[in-house]
Write a protein that binds this ligand. Structure first.
Ligand SMILES: Cc1cc2nc3c(=O)[nH]c(=O)nc-3n(C[C@H](O)[C@H](O)[C@H](O)COP(=O)(O)O)c2cc1C
Length: 203
């Protein structure tokens, strides 16, 4: 598959009030709840995003990540959404796709992978940044019954769901996004001050 049908998107709105210059894509990334309910995720977009995750670093190149992706309107989407906590189900129905980030706790040759969670998080970050490069947003969710999701897909023990994400195109269109969601998405964006991130002073 070529990438010729992919549209690279440069950030149109830098939402993050950074205290030092950073890559525009990162300065623009945020996690909306308002998604355009008409947007359809293309095969090219999905392949590009998963390809980016594929190239994340991992301990001994163990690549302990697997994904479940269901586009809106599919049985897979419904199964994932059914496994979400009620406070997430309200807004996820408009997402273009729901994604389950799964971890493989052992390698192909049966060795345990102590950094599997850490590595999965890095794959999720790659996934998120590549989505941003395509003009898409992710909102990750811990508010899910992961055991129920594993059961609904009859996953083997070797594939453990760790988090869920909604993927789609941000929208604040009052015609399709409720006021509460629009307000939540417009909230001030905050972070710990930069100084607090140094466990000991940098030298
Ligand atoms: C592991 C994880 C779990 C999260 N769980 C939820 C959730 O259940 N529901 C939700 O609306 N947002 C959830 N979020 C989104 C965070 O609240 C959000 O990333 C955080 O407030 C920072 O905002 P930003 O991503 O826009 O910078 C989660 C994010 C992560 C990484």
């Amino acid at each position: 598959m070529t990438t010729s049908q992919l549209q690279w998107a440069e950030p149109t709105e830098i939402r993050n009030p950074t205290s030092a210059p950073i890559a525009p894509l990162l300065a623009a990334r945020w996690s909306p709840k308002g998604f355009d309910p008409t947007h359809v995720l293309s095969d090219e977009q999905l392949t590009s995003i998963v390809e980016a995750a594929r190239w994340a670093p991992s301990m001994q190149n163990s690549q302990p990540w697997r994904f479940i992706v269901g586009r809106r309107g599919t049985e897979t989407f419904a199964k994932i959404e059914n496994g979400l906590m009620a406070f997430n189900q309200g807004w996820t129905s408009r997402a273009s796709a729901l994604v389950v980030f799964c971890r493989t706790p052992v390698s192909a040759d049966g060795k345990t992978l102590p950094y599997a969670d850490y590595d999965l998080g890095q794959a999720a970050a790659h996934f998120t940044v590549q989505a941003a490069k395509l003009g898409l947003s992710l909102r990750q969710m811990g508010g899910a019954n992961l055991a129920a999701i594993a059961e609904s897909f009859a996953l083997p023990e070797s594939i453990a769901p760790k988090s869920v994400a909604a993927l789609g195109v941000y929208s604040d269109d009052a015609g399709s996004i409720d006021e509460k969601t629009r307000q939540a998405d417009a909230a001030e964006r905050t972070r710990l001050p930069l100084d607090e991130l140094f466990a000991v002073p940098a030298e």
